[in-house]
Design a protein around this ligand. Structure first.
Ligand code: SF4
Ligand code: SF4
Length: 137
């Protein structure tokens, strides 16, 4: 059972370097792949990426919440949303996203759809080739 990055991911990138099998890949935002994704076929389920994420976006697949209760103020990030997010990532680089929505405290969000998105990224999307064009933000 692999780990999954959910749409709570705002591309901080702290998770990428700690993965011992290098199976975490940032998607090309310009092509609609707004998050960072885990290759389920390669993930060895070590859990090293989980504490590295300041946004608590990573879960074991069988623990991805179907009813995530928002603390309030956090963002979800996925194609089709139109909200603005701006921050600084793990490497001090600016991150600007126009595909977000800020959650209200107590709002319930189903994050399980992100399991398929992680898999689609590697099966029918750019997958590991996205590393070649990665700009670091
Ligand atoms: S550390 Fe969290 S927010 Fe940053 S890229 Fe990884 S999953 Fe996304
Ligand atoms: S659980 Fe381990 S192997 Fe899987 S993505 Fe996270 S760091 Fe990589």
């Amino acid at each position: 059972m692999p780990h999954i990055i959910t749409s709570l991911c705002v591309r901080d990138r702290g998770c990428i370097e700690v993965c011992p099998v290098e199976c975490i890949v940032p998607g090309p935002s310009s092509e609609g792949w707004t998050m960072v994704y885990i290759d389920a076929d390669t993930c060895i389920d070590c859990g090293a990426c989980v504490p590295e994420c300041p946004f608590s976006a990573i879960y074991p697949e069988d623990e991805v919440p179907a009813a995530y209760t928002a603390k309030g103020g956090e963002y979800i990030n996925k194609a089709g949303l139109t909200g603005h997010y701006e921050g600084t990532n793990h490497h001090g680089k600016q991150v600007v996203l126009e595909t977000t929505r800020q959650l209200e405290a107590g709002e319930i969000v189903d994050l399980t759809a992100d399991i398929k998105v992680n898999n689609d990224f590697f099966q029918s999307g750019p997958g590991y080739s996205a590393k070649d064009s990665d700009q670091g933000s």
